[in-house]
Design a protein around this ligand. Structure first.
Ligand SMILES: Cc1cc2nc3c(=O)[nH]c(=O)nc-3n(C[C@H](O)[C@H](O)[C@H](O)COP(=O)(O)O)c2cc1C
Length: 397
């Protein structure tokens, strides 16, 4: 075993949290919360990942408030789901792993039938295409009171998550979700102290980070997933992204996970490979949304061929700018050669599709140095996120 694979599979500490290795299951929306409640299948999935050897598993999309959900079939952090969440965190601990939850807020692009209030809110007014079928065609601009409210929701959600047994939280600063809508100049056209310069655009995300830190205390890991570029005209650039990383680092984040693209404008930048559009169309029940997706598909579903380690250069730029935060690589790390490269350059790795394909990746790779993960990045797992049965690897069927 090379020294880097040895590093990958050796125990390590992250802000006091002992992990049995450096492999983290990336947040991959599971689609296993019917009516917003974590199901037995969700619990089983994370137990299976823990039994399969990951150091840390991440529960996707833990919305910080009910209105922060893109769809009503997502869970939000509140006392009503405590029994199920505690059952899940216990199951992961019993299998020897640790568990994190990705804290998110959808901001301006809600499609949530159960949305309460007039309209979803983001940095600036805009059309909310996805919300048309549920009567939410417009998104408004957040007032200062709205910003204070969501900052408090981040605080309260973090408090709940820690008390329900999560070992870490991962804040979502990327992929076009609420916090990144402020970071991106494409969606943030504000003229007040929350818009304009990168320092201003980071004011709200940094306030959310400060609130989460206050809730969880100094010795609890806070991870942050961020964008390297939006990949759209007028969007976030890599030069801005390294400043975002520096500000999050100064704000006390423990680990940065640089990704890219946005779910609402340029999703293929974050996946690469085969388009997820055919699968999305197959399972989208609403005809208006279907038609909208087809019409905007040439702009939204751009082609990016898959290659291993497609965020390597961008992640190195972040690493070189950051002083304290650990760097976790994400994006096409699925071969043992790629993992060696990642361990030579960075501290941790997050894996999405390779673990959808084989939740026991770690156990298999530790037992067999010639292990090959046969995920072919067909992206059908990502294209079935709307399927009522939840996400899985269709090649395994
Ligand atoms: C089925 C699926 C669902 C995903 N859901 C999320 C999500 O909820 N939050 C997120 O930040 N990224 C999500 N992603 C993106 C992954 O976390 C990751 O950034 C991406 O798949 C690239 O990593 P990989 O090459 O290891 O798969 C999802 C990916 C897949 C395949």
């Amino acid at each position: 075993m090379s020294e880097y694979i040895d590093k990958l599979f050796s125990p390590v500490k992250l802000n006091g949290l002992e992990l049995r290795n450096r492999v983290i299951r990336a947040a991959c929306f599971e689609g296993m919360c019917p009516d917003g409640y974590p199901s037995e299948r969700l619990i089983d999935l994370h137990r299976e990942l823990a039994e399969g050897g990951v150091g840390l598993t991440t529960v996707a999309y833990c919305a910080v408030e009910a209105n922060g959900r893109v769809k009503e079939e997502m869970m939000y952090m509140h006392e009503g789901i405590r029994p199920q969440v505690e059952q899940m965190t216990r199951a992961v601990h019993e299998a020897g792993s640790k568990i994190s939850g990705q804290m998110g807020h959808c901001g301006n692009f809600s499609q949530n039938k159960g949305f309460h209030g007039k309209r979803p809110l983001g940095p600036s007014p805009m059309i909310n295409m996805g919300g048309i079928p549920v009567g939410l065609p417009f998104a408004g601009a957040m007032t200062h009171a709205d910003i204070d409210h969501v900052v408090q929701c981040f605080h309260d959600a973090a408090l709940f998550m820690k008390s329900a047994g999560f070992d870490a939280v991962e804040m979502h600063f990327g992929h076009g979700y609420g916090l990144s809508q402020f970071i991106s100049p494409k969606t943030n056209r504000r003229m007040d102290e929350y818009g304009g310069s990168i320092v201003n655009r980071m004011r709200y995300p940094l306030r959310a980070l400060e609130a989460v830190r206050k809730a969880v205390g100094d010795d609890f890991p806070i991870l942050g997933k961020m964008g390297l570029t939006d990949g759209v005209k007028g969007g976030l650039t890599i030069d801005d992204a390294v400043e975002v990383a520096a500000l999050l680092d100064e704000g006390g984040i423990d680990m940065l996970i640089p990704s890219g693209g946005t779910s609402s404008m340029n999703p293929m930048l974050l996946f690469r490979g085969d388009s997820i559009l055919p699968g999305l169309l197959k399972y989208e029940k609403n005809l208006v949304l279907k038609l909208g997706m087809i019409m905007i598909s040439p702009w939204m579903f751009k082609k990016y061929p898959y290659e291993e380690l497609y965020f390597l250069e961008g992640t190195k730029r972040v690493r070189d700018r950051v002083k304290n935060a650990k760097i976790c690589y994400i994006g096409g790390a699925s071969t043992m050669e790629s993992l060696e490269t990642v361990m030579r350059e960075f501290d941790f790795v997050q894996m999405g599709r390779a673990l959808v394909k084989d939740p026991a990746f770690v156990n298999h790779a530790m037992a067999d140095p010639n292990y090959v993960n046969d995920c072919d990045h067909c992206n059908r797992c990502a294209s079935i996120i709307l399927h009522p049965d939840g996400v899985r690897c269709l090649s395994n069927d």
